[in-house]
Ligand binder design. Structure first.
Ligand code: C2E
Ligand code: MG
Ligand code: MG
Length: 682
């Protein structure tokens, strides 16, 4: 037998190459697993090449480390074949590791196949020496080498499968596993080598003696390192990119979720908003159609919320809304939906078997709001008006249900608030009429269909007329005389109130100037201003030029603004009122007692008179509270040096009572109804 020799340096390098190849293999397995589709296939191909090349070069360097007393060489074609076997087995291994599951049976078969592959590579590589006579293999060691190959493959597959997910811990584990696998591969190789016996007189058919073993080994080692280095570096970069992409995707997803929440919920109360409600409503209609169920849409509008907001500020208003939300939510059943539609509008969507159940829910909601709310030290009382639209009776489309519930709310408000109303088809005509009215109102100004009526104000106790209030009417070509309550709110919401208000101011001043020329020197003309008109930038200028146009001395004009208009934006009101006051125009606070005036501000307002709301006057005789309020307002007016006007005086009893309380002026049907100018003289 020829005795073989090993170059220990090359043996050492072969071990290093084996460990590196194993590490690359494990890393590639992770890459292939965590990527998808085409990228994954590229990693499988590239990984198989890098890993196969690594295992093969370990083997080849191991072969180069071996020497016999005769010249040795390798047949290039057979050597290439061994490389192909190595790459094919690697590809197979990577593919196995990337499967979703790795049951024991599959692991065993794969270990056998891969072990056969690795052994195949080794013994094909040996055959590349083309020894004559052929190499003889010692049976025990030969079998042992194949066993080691199978076991090493099994271990490698098992480890790679479990270490394929990326994490910081896994890196350390993977390095350890690579060392074990490296030793196993090397062990297989050198056991295989030990099994080989070269009889005396053997000749290597592939020996040419031209290439130096050392150089060949160096080239192979370097190119292997380069291949694996590139593979690992690419893998690292890809991993980084993937991590960043994953991170980005996660935060994007989170932002999306947040955005979705924001677009579907009200920021203040966290209740579903109109968009989400419409979505749920559409769903409820679908279910209703399919399963013939019914539900109710309850539209809840808070009464007088605006005055609370104006009086106590937005912070209190906001807090109140949050507390109202809590009460509403705790009142409805878990599967009913509460949503917020607008500043003081809420909607409850409730499944109900019978129409009467909707009334029960509405009653519960009203009762829930009954107790006062305690916000920042104030005890606030709120009530609500509720309009109910039923599916399918009152509409099969979301829009119809909303509109009809809205009409029902208006009805509830008209009934005196703090009540609920079922929708009835007769209510709907109002909405259509309203729309017609808006269209007609645009032309009313041009066609001069507006007229002013004048109602006298008399002084107490002598009963002399000391002025009139101008009250606008609309002489509609088809509908006849329309009272201001029906079209002023429409004009206000469409902005038409500005030209309309300017016309009223002009006409009233013209009339007053004429009366003045006729000798009514004690009279003043009162003109009502709406909220929008009052806060409009052109007001002061409009008043100034109108007075000048008719050469009317300013003290003959009184501007009436309601208490809630004056208290809306106190600072702005003060500024505007001071300018008007400075001009010499008188200021009257209309409908006094219905808002939430702060005495502090009232004291600072440059007002000349207070008009007690006719609501208090109406029940004066039988309501002790109203009597107390009126006498308090009179006392307040006296202290602040303001003239007190009582409006809505209809009976002699009221007149007598108000006179006794100390009102300065009276206005009402008893003393004179609003009439056109020419009728007033009579
Ligand atoms: P207001 O300023 O409080 O006007 C008094 C209202 O009470 C008038 O109703 C008047 O006709 C009514 N009234 C007078 N005496 C009695 C009475 O003894 N009993 C009863 N029950 N009512 C009486 P009108 O004319 O329908 O006006 C309603 C509201 O419309 C006014 O309330 C005012 O806020 C607004 N308005 C009227 N004309 C104009 C205007 O030219 N511009 C603006 N911006 N608003 C106006
Ligand atoms: Mg008035
Ligand atoms: Mg009034």
């Amino acid at each position: 037998m020829l005795v073989g020799n090993y170059n220990s340096l090359l043996v050492f390098f072969s071990l290093i190459v084996a460990i590196l190849a194993s590490y690359t293999a494990l890393d590639m397995a992770a890459r292939v697993t965590t990527t998808r589709g085409r990228t994954s296939r590229w990693w499988l191909a590239g990984g198989a090449c890098a890993m196969g090349f690594g295992i093969w070069s370990m083997h080849f360097v191991g072969m180069l480390a071996f020497s016999l007393p005769i010249p040795l060489g390798f047949d290039p074609f057979i050597t290439l074949l061994s490389l192909v076997i190595a790459i094919a087995s690697s590809a197979f291994a990577l593919w196995i590791v990337c499967q979703e599951h790795l049951p024991w049976a599959r692991l065993a078969t794969s270990a056998l196949l891969m072990g056969a592959g690795v052994s195949g590579m080794h013994y094909t590589g040996m055959a590349a020496m083309r020894m004559a006579p052929p190499i003889r293999y010692e049976p025990t060691l030969f079998v042992l080498s194949i066993l080691i190959a199978v076991l090493a493959s099994g271990t490698a597959l098992h480890l790679a499968f479990h270490l394929r997910q990326h994490s910081s811990r896994v890196r350390a584990w993977r390095a350890g596993a690579a060392v074990i696998m490296g030793f196993a591969i090397v062990g297989m190789h050198y056991t295989g080598m030990a099994a080989a016996e070269f009889p005396q007189g053997s000749v290597c058919g592939a020996a040419q003696g031209s290439l130096s073993t050392g150089w060949l080994a160096l080239v192979i080692i370097l190119s292997t390192l380069a291949v694996m280095g590139i593979a690992l570096l690419t893998s690292l970069m890809d991993f980084r990119m993937e991590t960043r992409t994953t991170l980005l995707a996660t935060s994007l997803q989170e932002a999306n979720r947040e955005l979705r929440y924001l677009t579907l919920h009200d920021a203040l109360t966290k209740l579903p908003n109109r968009t989400l409600l419409e979505d749920r409503l559409a769903q409820a209609i679908q279910v209703g159609e399919r399963e013939r169920t019914r539900f109710a849409l309850l539209l809840l509008d808070l009464d007088g919320f605006k005055s609370i907001n104006d009086a106590y500020g937005h912070q209190v208003g906001d807090q109140l809304l949050v507390e109202i939300t809590q009460r509403l939510e705790s009142t409805v059943r878990a599967h009913d939906m509460v949503a917020r539609m607008g500043s003081d509008e809420f909607v409850v969507l409730a499944d109900i078997p019978k129409a009467q159940d909707a009334a029960a829910i509405a009653d519960k909601l009203l009762a829930a709001l009954h107790l006062p709310f305690h916000v920042e030290g104030h005890a606030l009382h709120v009530s609500a008006s509720i309009g109910i639209a039923l599916y399918p009776e009152n509409g099969r489309q979301p829009n119809d249900l909303f509109t009809n519930a809205g009409a029902a709310v208006q009805h509830a408000k008209a009934l005196g608030r703090n009540t609920c109303c079922f929708f009835e088809w007769s209510m709907n005509t109002n909405a259509h009429e309203q729309l017609r009215l808006v269209q007609d109102l645009h032309q009313a100004l041009e066609r001069q269909e507006l007229v002013l009526y004048y109602q006298p104000k008399v002084s107490v106790p002598d009963g002399a007329v000391i002025g009139v209030e101008a009250l606008v009417r609309w002489q509609h070509p088809e509908q006849g005389l329309i009272p201001p309550d029906r079209f002023i709110p429409v004009a206000e919401s469409t902005g038409l109130i500005i030209p309309l208000g300017n016309w009223v101011l002009d006409e009233a001043c013209r009339q007053m100037a004429q009366w003045l020329r006729e000798g009514r020197e004690r009279w003043t003309m009162a003109v009502n201003l709406s909220t929008l008109q009052f806060s409009h930038a052109s007001l002061v200028h409009a008043v100034e030029t109108t007075l000048a146009r008719h050469a009317l001395p300013p003290h003959h004009l009184t501007l009436e603004i309601t208490e809630s208009t004056a208290m809306r934006d106190v600072t702005a009101s003060l500024r505007i009122l001071r300018q008007l006051h400075h001009m010499g125009v008188k200021i009257s606070i209309d409908d006094f007692g219905t808002g939430y005036s702060s005495l502090l501000y009232l004291k600072r307002l440059p007002a000349d008179e207070l008009k007690i709301d006719r609501g208090f006057v109406r029940d004066l005789a039988h309501d002790a509270d109203d009597a107390a309020i009126v006498s308090a307002i009179v006392a307040l007016g006296r202290t602040l040096n303001l003239g007190i006007v009582a409006e809505g005086v209809e009976t002699p009893e009221q007149k007598e009572f108000l006179t006794r309380l100390g009102c300065h002026m009276l206005q009402g049907y008893l003393l004179g109804r609003p009439v056109p100018a020419h009728e007033l003289r009579a």
